[in-house]
Design a binder for this molecule. Structure first.
Ligand code: PAF
Length: 254
């Protein structure tokens, strides 16, 4: 597994893949990897001849300093997982490398980013779209893979690829869940065993199609969650709720 720590080494690696006529799959991540990320890798390996995973905790998508500070960082374990999954290359950029412009140039969206997480995390999607565009440009990926757990993010990235005529195909991958139904997330690492158990009520409520969004919101509030939203969009039901100060999101088809 190639470890690429500079833009020049990534470009040289990419050039080599082109000369070998290999398609390139990109799996962008912020590290703290789990089985959900490995599903993205597997799909990328199925669709593309070679796969690069990027690990970069992108500061511009965090609207709260505390959240960025507390984001789990597990690089050693991440690299071991990726090696075991037979990933071809890992790109490990620094903030200085990805933001030579100090984030003066940005990609913003004015419609789909205005509700759900966009409403509750001002600037979040501008940070996401900007870093994803940079990663797509740098890797010149043939296809890039994103989980449906972050469904609004996926829609926005698909929209950006279309609006800006990007070459890379944006491929959705279904959410991976714990046995109890909880959607896998790097943030779950910050929850106590008690909170992890409590959080399984979220997928349970989403699965029961008889519940209205208002009824779900009431149940979550009564169970002690702080609720950002329970709303329906794109024929799916979306929840964002906090437990032990950790923000969890999930969505399911209705
Ligand atoms: O979904 C994530 O982990 C991040 O938002 C992404 C796409 C890697 C951009 O930083």
């Amino acid at each position: 597994m190639k470890i690429l720590k500079s833009i020049s080494s990534l470009k040289a690696w990419r050039k080599k893949q082109s000369s070998l006529k290999k398609s390139v799959g990109l799996v962008p991540t912020m590290g703290a990897l789990h089985a959900g990320h490995i599903e993205l890798v597997k799909k990328a390996q199925k669709n593309c001849a070679t796969v690069v995973v990027s690990i970069f905790v992108n500061p511009t998508q965090f609207n709260k300093v505390e959240d960025l500070k507390n984001y789990p960082k597990t690089l050693k374990e991440d690299l071991a997982l990726l090696k075991a999954a037979n990933v071809d290359a890992v790109f490990l950029p620094t903030e200085k490398m990805l933001y030579p412009d100090d984030f003066n140039y940005k990609v913003s969206e004015e419609n789909l980013s205005q509700f759900l997480c966009g409403e509750h995390r001002p600037g979040h999607f501008t940070g996401v779209l900007t870093v994803v565009l940079k990663l797509l440009n740098l890797t010149q990926s043939t296809q890039a893979f994103f989980g449906e757990k972050d469904f609004q993010q996926l829609k926005l990235i698909q929209g950006m690829a279309k609006a800006l005529f990007l070459e890379s195909k944006i491929v959705p991958v279904a959410t991976v869940r714990e046995k109890n139904g909880l959607a896998l997330s790097s943030r779950n690492k910050r929850l106590s065993a008690e909170a992890l158990e409590k959080a399984q009520i979220i997928p349970e409520l989403l699965r029961n199609k008889k519940n209205s969004p208002a009824a779900i919101q009431k149940i979550l509030l009564e169970a002690g969650f702080k609720v950002d939203y329970v709303e329906d969009h794109w024929k799916r039901r979306f929840v964002a709720a906090h437990v032990e100060g950790v923000r969890l999101i999930d969505n399911m088809r209705i």
